[in-house]
Design a protein around this ligand. Sequence first.
Ligand code: NAI
Length: 351
Amino acid sequence: MKAVVYSIKPFEKEYLAKANEKKHDITLISNPLGIDTVSFAQGKDAVVVFTNDDVSAPVIEKLKKFGVKYIATRSVGLDHIDCDYATQAGIKIANVPSYSPQSIAEHAVALMMALNRKIFLAIQNAKEFNFSLDGLQGFTMYGKVVGLIGFGAIAQYLARILHGFGCTVLVYDPYCQDFPEYVKQVNLDELYRQSNIISLHTPLTAQTKHIINTESISKMRKDVMLINTGRGALINTVDLLHAIRNGRIGSFGADVYENEKRLFFEDHHNDEHKDQLLQSLMNMPNVIVTPHQAFLTTEALRDIAAQTIKNLDHWQLGECTGESCACTVECEDSKKNREKPIKPIGVDIMY
Ligand code: NAI
């Protein structure tokens, strides 16, 4: 099969080449997919995309005209793809439903610990030979209540780690049937009310968009630590910034940002105009942001590449990709019954 892989980073190439074993004719390009770059898909059977590619209806329309039959994303999340539109256009979609969930869980813990123990301030000070302890007080994780919203693959590993710390783990996930004995299933209000730390692990859907907003924040403890390694638009960032400025949130750590498309994954330090909302957020001393890197481990890259090539293999054989199938109309042999993702979001910035 002929495929073009968009948004490729140098560190991914080796893993893809190894997984492919020269089976498919793959073109790697660093440009993100969008209306201006869709022409690279001419003559290809498949496009392979990532989280910040634009796979909206107008782009899919062009893909269809070029004869593209398959869209494979190298991510769990599907919120960057208009899956309904692609399915109607007869284009099959597949994701990587689970790859090293430990990588993301561990990054969430890294954000918690860095925020809690003021690691950045400590390192910054130490580099200037300032070894004073002012402003470095944290708390023990032991005995704290951590609320997880969404209890899928990533949150389940995170719960295990937090249980090891001696935390009480509360979870809210209306679709999950099976909970281990070391977590307590609660409703959202209860989770907001009790948690010292809240961590977000749902996909971005119409239901979860801006689940964290002024109203939900008002139900949380004033000193709450909020962690987001899910998707940026789970949080209304304007409401969040307001709450942090007003002392309604203790601290915030994120690996994702709602307007990260065409911003994250690239070096923008020389840009004259920077995203004001993100800059305002990052200027707060109790905020840390990482550039959507939670997935970036050797193990995850290997798993992503292997599953992506496996998806192309299935399509080549005329088979459904099974667990990876993200078509919104179920194929007969697809085991998946996933929630419908929403269309890519254009967010108005108001602040
Ligand atoms: P998963 O599909 O295993 O789990 C998601 C869970 O969310 C499911 O148990 C589902 O029942 C639950 N859920 C869905 N709607 C909900 C709602 N309205 N309220 C509460 N729970 C709800 O997915 P996984 O692997 O745990 O990943 C979660 C998310 O993390 C992905 O959708 C993706 O957006 C994000 N992610 C971020 C990465 C990063 O590098 N920062 C890397 C991988 C995933």
